[in-house]
Write a protein that binds this ligand. Structure first.
Ligand code: PMP
Length: 292
């Protein structure tokens, strides 16, 4: 199994990460996770475009053009004979003597990418999972897919501590997104999700879902909604590259927060009708892109 290190296909054990890599010291960098189905990269262009946008937002110039990067990633998948899984890729701002300010122009970003086999979460998608509401303590540029993930990590651990799959974050009373996913509610046949502002990452899965809804005439409202509206929803789901469309069928009581006093079952405790329909349509999109 090979990885990419600065444009070369090499063995994982054959590389050294400098102790003064800015990714290692500051989390100064950006990343992407791309799903691979049937050996093909799902929504490849969208992920690569978002990567370049994230780079631009942190004033980092990537050392490859899009075509070269795409080719490298495809070679990696081929080399590793990956069928179902993910590619993880990241760029840090490079290696320089530790100082907060950007290094000089002579310092180039450090690039790594690797593949991992990851099965689709079939049974969770079918049965739904538990979520928990947590305070969104993150910074105000959540639109950047940055390596700085402490806020997200603490949220996810809070979920794990309560036996939950995902933490659904809220900033004051407004539901923003999951710790590593976007959040949606369905009310009276309408799909609501937070607008793609600086307060959330505009997920690629989210965009696929919104496109599907447009095509199918399913009413979507991109608007901030409250915790009370979430609790009152007919259906809840989250979306991400690895979790796809994941129904939330129960909300756990958060012992650290006073916002939800008791456990709450969503709908009848099973994935709702519109969520299941969206899962089916999402499946068709995977087939279209990766199996035809
Ligand atoms: N929000 C956050 C905070 C995330 O980390 C992720 C997944 N990395 C998402 C949303 C979903 O994005 P995508 O659908 O592109 O995986």
């Amino acid at each position: 199994e090979k990885i990419i290190f600065n444009g070369e296909l090499v063995e994982r054990t054959g590389i050294n990460i400098d102790i003064e890599d800015r990714g290692y010291q500051f989390g100064d960098g950006i990343y992407e996770v791309i799903r691979v189905y049937n050996g093909k990269l799902f929504t490849k262009e969208e992920h690569i475009k978002r990567l370049y946008e994230s780079a631009e937002k942190i004033s980092m110039e990537l050392p490859y053009d899009r075509n070269s990067l795409e080719e490298q990633l495809e070679n990696l998948v081929k080399e590793n004979q990956l069928k179902t899984g993910i590619i993880y890729l990241q760029f840090t701002r490079g290696v320089a003597m530790r100082a907060h300010g950007f290094p000089g122009d002579d310092v180039v970003p450090v690039f790594i990418a690797y593949t991992r086999e990851v099965e689709r979460p079939e049974s969770s998608m079918k049965n739904g999972v538990k979520g928990i509401l947590v305070d969104d303590i993150r910074w105000l540029r959540c639109d950047i897919k940055s390596l700085n993930l402490l806020g997200n990590i603490l949220a996810k651990q809070e979920a794990a501590n309560h036996g939950c799959f995902e933490a659904i974050q809220h900033r004051s009373n407004i539901v923003t997104e999951g710790s590593s996913s976007n959040a949606f509610v369905i009310k009276n046949g309408e799909l609501w999700t937070h607008p793609a502002t600086n307060l959330i990452l505009n997920g690629i899965t989210r965009r696929v879902i919104l496109d599907i809804c447009k095509e199918q005439g399913i009413q979507v409202i991109e608007k901030p909604f409250t915790v009370d509206e979430l609790l009152d929803a007919d259906e809840i789901f989250i979306s991400s590259t690895t979790s796809e469309i994941m129904p939330i069928v129960q909300l756990a009581k958060n012992t650290k927060s006073d916002i939800l006093l008791n456990e709450k079952t969503i709908g009848d405790g099973k994935p709702g009708q519109l969520t299941r329909k969206l899962q089916e349509l999402f499946e068709k999109e995977i087939e279209k892109q990766c199996y035809s």
